[in-house]
Design a protein around this ligand. Structure first.
Ligand code: SF4
Ligand code: FE2
Length: 632
């Protein structure tokens, strides 16, 4: 067990002590077993792309082998490895989006998949220039739009439709630098081809191709995932929820939904609401059914239904260790393969549901759009029937939970801003003008999107919370998604009271607009909401977003998806700060390209900084420099 994690998080302390007592293995045990991690892998200079290898070149230039058998040097190997992370990350977000669009294609008036935000359906249909978008029959329009969205994955010509949401200045840069993404599947496939043995060996070219692929995530897959989820399940609105392991209820049947895709979660919520299911739970001695969420499925459910957040990525094992979870139900992404084995230490059933993420060890109930509600009912029934198997002696739920506010979609943020505009002769009503006004006036110094995962290379949640607290103290408003958002929820930063931690300017804005200083904007695909918000601000000012005092931050990232995200955020003109250093340092050339040279042609760059306090200092310098350049 690591002491680092115990220092910051009291929930972790209790859970890990219990895990030891129960004989349950956790990520901390496995991390300790890994001992020192591979220095070649860490530097990105290990290549196993072909069967002449694996080859590893020296992570320190000038020492040891400088080329693999084929002659690839550190620059090529690092660039190829990095590009493959972008391709994998992009594929994950985008394949998630494809499932959402398929569900929309299955939608019908009688449900269970149906259009819940018709206004957004018609708005996007008009944006995509479908004729008669305002009058067409709802489901005819939904199916037509879904087909168009599916073409975004494989269309033979043209670039992503949502790129037009960016100001012209940014679109011009994308055209000039050839990073405007074409069909999503094409970008992923082409990048995999480029990184095949014997193809691209020019590190800068690989970096640029990687950025274009990442762009197909942010402006393609992720944006489609977000917008089409809103059409199907409703655009999130501000609402109260609760977070941390204390939301698990000892007297209820607890179902933990973990993963990323709202399709499964929405069906489980529907199934669990049925009176027969609730009656069945009561007949088994429970007070009812308590659905709790984890990672981005958790974010999707809390944003739209106020479903409680059991925790973020690194708490997935801790949930099971409470001994009070009847079923862990997972869809895709960020699920530890260790979970089924851990579940066996308790009565918990582990149920995987997607061909894309079938996890051996317990149970598999395949979820499909055609039979979604039936699949969900089977899962809920299984959980309910498992309730009597709970071992009371093993139940210990940490008594820690935190109230939180969630649901700040772009639309909801604009609605809140409207409340301020009304007193100003309706100038800017329905727009982000009040937000740009306070930024330009200097009341707020800038804005930061804080996103991403947990990673044991950082003290858990500490980097997230330190960065956010330091930023709001210095009048920088934060918008958050993913596990960063859940860290903020647990730390009480997503509350109206958190304004007490702000500088004077941000305090006043929070008070007037009646918002927390840290706004929960959703899941990781919902970073597209942040992108949209920034671009609305830039559009209003008719400038390239790269000129605005805004930054992207991933203090504790770990996944390939995060690499794809970082690429599209930088590609969109926003400097991106990484608290975990990507595996690229074995190539000083590639590192310099990411952290300096890319600025020349994209207008933004990556910053690597492990220390959250130093990171915030750098961010403030960055934001203030942007302000000076804008003359504000
Ligand atoms: Fe070695 Fe080149 Fe094959 Fe990579 S592609 S494993 S460097 S021979
Ligand atoms: Fe996520």
């Amino acid at each position: 067990m690591s002491n680092e994690v115990l220092n910051y998080d009291k929930v972790a302390e209790a859970s890990l002590v219990k895990a030891q007592r129960d004989g349950a293995e956790t990520m901390w045990d496995r991390r300790a077993a890994q001992k020192t991690q591979c220095g070649f892998g860490e530097a990105g200079v290990c290549c196993r792309i072909c069967a002449m290898g694996p080859c590893r070149v020296s992570p320190v230039p000038g020492k040891g082998a400088e080329r693999g058998i084929c002659g690839a040097n550190a620059d090529t190997i690092v660039a190829r490895n990095f590009a493959r992370m972008v391709a994998a990350g992009t594929s994950a977000h985008s394949d998630h989006a494809r499932d959402i669009v398929h569900a929309l294609h299955h939608s019908k008036a009688e449900g269970p998949f149906k259009v819940r935000d018709e206004a957004k359906l018609r708005r996007i249909a008009a944006e995509w220039e479908i004729a008669d978008a305002d009058t067409k029959e709802t489901y005819a329009l939904a199916h037509e739009l879904a087909l168009m969205a599916l073409e975004e994955f494989g269309k033979p010509f043209g670039t992503q439709r949502f790129l037009k949401r960016a100001p012209q200045a940014r679109q011009d840069i994308w055209a000039r630098e050839d990073i405007a993404p074409r069909a999503i599947d094409q970008e992923v496939t082409t990048l995999m081809h480029s990184t095949h043995m014997g193809c691209a060996a020019d590190y800068e070219s690989l970096f640029r191709r990687g950025m274009r692929t990442g762009m197909s995530d942010g402006w393609g897959g992720s944006m489609i995932g977000t917008e089409f989820s809103d059409i199907l399940y409703g655009t999130p609105t501000a609402r109260a929820s609760s977070s941390n392991l204390g939301v698990i209820d000892a007297e209820m049947v607890n179902i933990l939904i973990h993963g990323h895709d709202p399709n499964l979660a929405e069906m489980v919520i529907l199934a669990a609401q049925s009176p027969e299911m609730v009656e069945m739970a009561k007949a088994k001695g429970a007070k009812g059914i308590n659905i709790v969420g984890m990672c981005c499925t958790g974010n999707e459910m809390t944003m739209r239904h106020g479903i409680k957040i059991a925790g973020n990525f690194y708490q997935q094992e801790m949930c099971i260790i409470t001994g009070a979870i009847e079923a862990v139900v997972v869809d895709v992404q960020c699920i530890f393969p260790a979970l089924p084995e851990l579940a066996k230490t308790y009565h918990t059933r582990f149920i995987s549901t997607s061909q894309k993420a079938k996890i051996a060890g317990d149970m598999y109930i395949e979820f499909s759009e055609a039979t979604g509600l039936d699949n969900a009912a089977e899962i809920v029934k299984l959980a309910v029937e498992n309730f009597p198997n709970r071992d009371a002696a093993k139940v210990e739920i940490p008594d820690i939970k935190q109230d939180t506010m969630v649901g700040y979609s772009v639309e909801t943020i604009i609605q809140h801003l409207d409340a301020v505009v009304n007193s100003q002769l309706e100038d800017g009503l329905g727009t982000v003008k009040p937000l740009t006004d306070v930024i330009y006036a200097g009341v707020i110094r800038g804005a930061a999107g804080v996103v991403g995962c947990n990673n044991p290379k950082q003290q858990h949640d500490y980097a997230h919370i330190t960065v956010m607290e330091e930023l709001i103290k210095r009048d920088v408003i934060c918008v958050v998604t993913g596990c960063a958002a859940q860290a903020a929820a647990k730390a009480g930063l997503l509350t109206l009271e958190a304004k007490e931690k702000c500088g004077r300017g941000l305090f006043e804005v929070c008070e007037r607009v009646n918002i927390p200083p840290v706004l929960h904007m959703g899941s990781c695909v919902d970073i597209s909401r942040i992108l949209h918000l920034v671009n609305l601000c830039a559009d209003l000012k008719e400038i390239d977003p790269a000129l605005l005092p805004v930054v992207g931050i991933a203090p504790e990232w770990m996944s390939e998806k995060a690499v794809a995200i970082a690429n599209y955020v930088v590609g969109s003109g926003i400097n991106t700060y990484l608290g975990v250093i990507p595996q690229v340092l074995g190539s000083p050339n590639f590192t310099k390209l990411m952290t300096e040279d890319v600025q020349e042609f994209i207008g933004a760059h990556f910053v690597f900084e492990k220390d959250p306090i130093v990171m915030v200092d750098k961010i403030m310098e960055d934001l203030e420099a942007k302000r000076v350049a804008l003359g504000i």
